[in-house]
Design a protein around this ligand. Structure first.
Ligand code: NAP
Ligand code: G4F
Length: 326
């Protein structure tokens, strides 16, 4: 039986990945953090998942977790992941999202001793690293030009992962994942903010929806598909870096159109206002990834399309809101 350790197991991707690995027969350990953290309850509902306490800013807690789990594979998904928040908390974002990667790599390196390939390591890199995009679509070779403290932190983690692969011969791979969503997406991110509001508006529980920039474009896929790509990367003989994306891009306006249509509302403009509070100091205007390398080398392609994804999220939010409203 293979053993895996997942940091960020209480997040959207951590939950899907834990279920995927448990389904494949792995013994799965998830790192959870903080005192009386309400998210721990969500992770503890996954049958068979074993929880360990630790924090990405605390190297000794990571060493303890690695020694307890004795993993064959480590998936480093933990991060401060909300881009807008990273301007307000740039130091914290750097400590967790950048230096946290170094801490996890060090924990794995020290545990592995003179067997650098003993543990396979996955780093959750991000399309946010492309920022002010220098090439369309973006590939593994595209120049990185991050536009937020979060993006800068992810670039650090990305290069540190490559550096540990090259310096120590570690089996360390970096997945450059474009935006991926699901009913488990945090409500602070734009897709879930929209699908939740659409459900509430259609049920008469909310009057309108305030958003920021409606012209930004994203390459949105389904999180359940994307965690499969993470696993596939660690099954390769050689560690490498891969763009994971759908190759399609949609604007926030298209997102609104599809989500409101799902509940039979055609005039979404009547329900949405723009609020400068949700604008960012610097924007990433256009993300569109080229997943050709992942298709050729991993045999990975996305299964869930944009409309299906948004439909799934609206339906889930409708069910949740109906249950909450009794
Ligand atoms: P998420 O839902 O925000 O989950 C983030 C996870 O990190 C949570 O489990 C959180 O724990 C944990 N975490 C935060 N601070 C920590 C700390 N100091 N020590 C240990 N754990 C900590 O994010 P996600 O969408 O699942 O994304 C997973 C990873 O992929 C992240 O690294 C994200 O930056 C990256 N990524 C995501 C996307 C995307 O579109 N979803 C795209 C590219 C890359 P709590 O629950 O306790 O807060
Ligand atoms: O949903 P978002 O907050 O996601 P963003 O910034 O693209 O980041 C997500 O994807 C990254 C991958 O590229 C991950 F690395 C990262 O961890 C995270 O998962 O915003 C998407 C777009 C932005 O352009 C934003 O300006 O939506 C625009 N937007 C417009 N109004 C809004 C809003 N975003 C949010 N969150 N809230 C709004 O009201």
């Amino acid at each position: 039986m293979k053993r895996a350790l997942i940091t960020g197991v209480t997040g959207q991707d951590g939950l899907y990945l834990a279920e995927l690995l448990l389904g494949k027969g792995y013994e799965v350990y998830g790192l959870v953090r903080g005192q009386n953290n309400p998210k721990v309850e969500v992770a503890s509902r996954i049958p068979g998942l074993k929880l360990l306490f630790g924090d990405l800013t605390d190297l000794s807690s990571l060493l303890r977790a690695v020694h307890t789990a004795q993993p064959d594979e480590v998936y480093n998904l933990g991060a401060i992941s909300f881009v807008a928040y990273s301007w307000e908390n740039a130091h914290l974002t750097s400590d967790v999202t950048a230096k946290g990667v170094l801490n996890m790599l060090e924990a794995v390196r020290l545990y592995s001793g003179d067997e650098p390939g003993k543990v396979r390591f996955y780093q959750a890199s991000s399309s946010e690293m492309f920022g002010k995009v220098q090439q369309v679509p973006q590939t593994e070779e595209t120049l990185l030009w991050p536009r937020s403290p979060y993006g800068v932190a992810k670039v650090y983690g990305h290069y540190m992962t490559i550096n540990y692969r090259e310096s120590y011969g570690m089996h360390a791979s970096s997945g450059i994942l474009f935006n991926h969503e699901s009913p488990r997406r945090g409500p602070e991110f734009v897709t879930r903010k929209v699908t939740r509001a659409v459900a509430r508006i259609s049920l008469g529980l909310q009057q309108g929806l305030e958003l920021g920039n409606l012209d930004a474009r994203r390459d949105w896929g389904f999180a359940g598909d994307y965690v499969e790509a993470m696993w596939l990367m660690l099954q390769q003989d050689e560690a490498d870096d891969y763009v994971i994306a759908t190759g399609e891009t949609h604007s926030i306006r298209e997102l609104l159109e599809v989500a409101f249509k799902r509940v039979g509302i055609d005039d979404w403009e009547q329900h949405v206002t723009q609020n400068p509070a949700f604008m960012r100091p610097a924007e990433v205007d256009l993300l569109i990834g080229d997943p050709a390398k992942a298709a050729a080398k991993l045999g990975w392609t996305p299964k869930v399309g944009f409309e299906e994804l948004i439909g799934m999220m609206v339906d889930s939010d409708l069910a949740e809101q109906r249950a909450l409203a009794g």
